[in-house]
Structure formats: structure tokens, C-alpha cells
Design a protein around this ligand. Structure first.
Ligand SMILES: Cc1cc2nc3c(=O)[nH]c(=O)nc-3n(C[C@H](O)[C@H](O)[C@H](O)COP(=O)(O)OP(=O)(O)OC[C@H]3O[C@@H](n4cnc5c(N)ncnc54)[C@H](O)[C@@H]3O)c2cc1C
Length: 206
């Protein structure tokens, strides 16, 4: 796990299995680290409270990942509607084929359902109500929907969808990150199960 300060373009800290590690943030696209400085991150917080602080940060961050997922799914849908109107096969727009229409219908229905969940979670946070379970559910659902939408968008674009001329191949890659960053989909499910059981008075392993 690591923390980036995008404005000042420096790494605030790297953590691997609980230990700070000095390293460069190379190897993936969205980075902004040029050098690694690890200042005292415990300022203002008691020793050993960093983990709890990180967990709270992740709860909020998962709403952001949910919102980013909605953006990817919306972009994938918009590109698919546009392309299916333009692309002609067998003398007709591919939008006239029911096979394409079914994909579009699923994309927009799943997107709007995910949107409601993400917005409901943001409202809980704004009202100061518990939202740990909801942020995990919103991230899980919205990232899954983004991945499916990106997949369908590439399919609707056919071979063109695989090329960098169209943005949908990037949506596919971006959507995959939504299922991994800030905790993978599997971890979200574990959080959701833990929370629903805790709400029912059961502590896992307790
Ligand atoms: C492009 C990109 C940007 C990133 N940006 C940041 C960032 O800015 N800040 C930051 O802190 N991190 C960042 N990350 C890291 C990201 O949060 C982690 O990759 C993610 O949390 C998964 O951790 P991991 O890679 O160690 O996978 P692992 O924990 O090794 O997981 C590997 C697989 O095992 C599964 N798994 C692991 N544990 C369990 C379990 N208990 N039960 C069931 N399944 C399990 C996972 O779901 C996954 O399928 C970024 C990652 C990428 C790819």
C-alpha cells in the first residue's frame, strides 16, 4: 500500500505488509512520483492508529472508486450507442440488430442501478451515518458494472474496439483497475459479509 501526494508530486509513504518501504512508483500509468520521501506520518495521531486511519480513508475512497466506475460505464455506453448508429453491416446500422440492442439495454440498466447505490452511499456519508458496508457494496457493484460495460463496448465495436483509435480499449483497462484498487472485489465481499453478520450480532471467528 502506498500514499501519493498528487499536488506536490511526491510519495508520502510506502507500506508493504505493515512495514514502510522506500521504492519508486513505476510500473503503471496513473503515477506522479519522482522521488520517495517518507516523513513522519504519525503527526497528530497516536502510535499504532495508522491502520484504523487507513481503513477509514478506504471507506470514503471506495465511494470515489464507485463514482469513477460510473463514469467509465457511462463513457462505454455513450461510445457504444454512437458507434452502433454509425457502423453499417449488411446494409444497416448495427444498432438495428437486436443482439446489439440487448447489450445496450443491459449496460444502461446496470449502470442506473449502480448509480443509485453509489449516490445512496454518498448520502449516508454526508449525513454522518455508518457507511462501511454500503461503500464496499457500491464499489463492488459499480466496478463490476463498469467492467461489464467496457466488455460489451469492446464487443459492440468488434475488431475496432481492440484498437487504440477508439477509447473503449482504454475503458476496458481502466475498468479492471476499479475491481482491484482500494481493495479487490473479493475483499469487498468479505467486508460486506463481515458487516452484515456484525449487524446481526455475529463476530466472524469470535
Ligand atoms: C494501477 C494501480 C494503481 C494503484 N494505486 C494505488 C494507490 O494509489 N495507493 C495504494 O495504496 N494502492 C494502490 N494500488 C494497489 C491496490 O490497492 C492493490 O493492488 C490492491 O489492493 C490488491 O492488493 P494486491 O495487489 O496486494 O493483491 P493481493 O492481496 O496479493 O491479492 C491477489 C488476489 O488474491 C485475492 N485475495 C487476497 N486476499 C484474499 C482473502 N483474504 N480472501 C479472498 N481473496 C483474497 C485478491 O482478491 C486477488 O484476487 C494500485 C494498484 C494498481 C494496479
Amino acid at each position: 500500500m502506498f500514499v501519493l501526494d498528487a499536488c506536490r508530486q511526491r510519495v508520502l509513504g510506502f507500506f508493504a505488509r505493515g512495514r514502510p518501504v522506500a521504492a519508486d512508483a513505476g510500473g503503471f500509468g496513473p503515477r506522479c512520483a519522482h522521488r520517495c520521501e517518507v516523513p513522519d506520518l504519525s503527526a497528530g495521531r497516536g502510535e499504532g492508529e495508522g491502520f484504523v486511519q487507513f481503513m477509514k480513508t478506504l471507506d470514503g475512497g471506495r465511494i470515489s472508486i464507485g463514482a469513477m466506475s460510473l463514469g467509465i460505464a457511462q463513457a462505454a455506453l455513450d461510445a457504444s450507442v454512437r458507434y452502433s448508429k454509425e457502423r453499417k453491416q449488411f446494409g444497416r446500422s448495427i444498432a438495428d440488430f437486436q443482439a446489439i440492442q440487448l447489450l445496450l439495454a443491459d449496460m444502461v440498466t446496470e449502470l442506473e442501478a449502480a448509480r443509485l447505490l453509489v449516490y445512496a452511499t454518498a448520502r449516508l456519508k454526508d449525513r454522518g451515518q455508518p457507511f462501511t458496508r454500503f461503500s464496499a457494496m457500491a464499489k463492488l457493484k459499480a466496478s463490476t458494472v463498469a467492467m461489464r460495460a467496457a466488455d460489451a463496448a469492446v464487443q459492440i465495436h468488434g475488431g475496432a474496439g481492440y484498437m487504440t483509435d477508439h477509447p473503449v480499449e482504454r475503458y476496458f483497462r481502466d475498468a479492471k483497475l476499479m475491481e482491484i484498487g482500494e481493495g479487490t472485489s473479493q475483499i469487498q465481499k468479505l467486508i460486506i459479509a463481515r458487516e452484515i453478520l456484525r449487524e446481526a450480532g455475529h463476530r466472524i471467528g469470535g
